[in-house]
Design a protein around this ligand. Sequence first.
Ligand code: SF4
Length: 101
Amino acid sequence: MQTQRRVFLMTVAATGAAVLASGARAQAKLDDKDPQAVALGYVSDATKADKAKYPKYAAGQACGNCALFQGKPADAAGPCPLFAGKTVAAKGWCSAYAKKA
Ligand code: SF4
């Protein structure tokens, strides 16, 4: 009588943990001197907005309460679709400001 042995090989699929280092995804802060920032009158400090050039600026306006700001209300900075790949300061401002509804 023959004993048949079956060996079951269990393959443990080691999933290559695709851990995305959050730091690698951090976006660069938009510089006030960035050509696109200059073109739109962006300043990282809204109180420094060029009021002569942009008379529509009113005190209290800031990226943090702009409809285009993509960060959370408490974030110090967040992305803005106008400046892809960069973050704008919540206290910043640019001439495309639109009050959040
Ligand atoms: Fe800030 Fe709004 Fe201008 Fe974006 S569009 S830079 S959030 S003021």
